[in-house]
Design a protein around this ligand. Structure first.
Ligand code: HEC
Length: 120
């Protein structure tokens, strides 16, 4: 194989893999819409937890040590940390599609777990 065709094959593979991972891991832009409509009233538009109403994504870095599956489970079925008192009580189960859940997790990770502004 000539070098130029190796490049072409590699490029084609890369495009294939990156579009696949997009579908599997969710789209943060669509996730932002879900977040603003369904999550911001408790977690705050900026993820600061609305004065203790809900988990503060800017500071509670341990949330992002969980896997996508664990976070999806918490979003789908609800979640409560024993001994923690948020004014909203517990995380209530969310009636979202699997895709919306993947999207909103992608948004949370991109915004709060990978941003050097936040100590996550
Ligand atoms: C009625 C208020 C409320 C709404 C609406 C809400 N949450 Fe929560 N959420 C909470 C509270 C309270 C906690 C903290 C629960 C605890 O750890 O005790 C929490 C925790 C979480 C956690 C951490 C779970 C874990 O396993 O540590 C994630 C992730 C989360 N919420 C995502 C979301 C997403 C995404 C939405 C919107 C689709 C949403 N929440 C909507 C109140 C809410």
């Amino acid at each position: 194989m000539k070098p130029v065709s190796v490049f072409a094959v590699t490029a084609a593979l890369w495009v294939g893999v990156s579009s696949l991972s997009h579908a599997v891991f969710g789209d943060p832009e669509r996730g932002q819409l879900v977040y603003s409509q369904r999550c911001a009233m408790c977690h705050g538009v900026n993820g600061d937890g609305n004065n203790g109403m809900a988990a503060n994504f800017q500071q509670e870095w341990h949330r992002f040590t969980k896997s996508d599956e664990e976070l999806a489970e918490s979003i789908r079925n609800g979640f409560q940390t024993p001994g923690k008192h948020y004014t909203a009580g517990a995380m209530p189960p969310q009636f979202l599609t699997d895709r919306e859940i993947d999207d909103v997790i992608a948004y949370l990770r991109e915004t709060f777990a990978n941003d050097p502004k936040f100590p996550n």
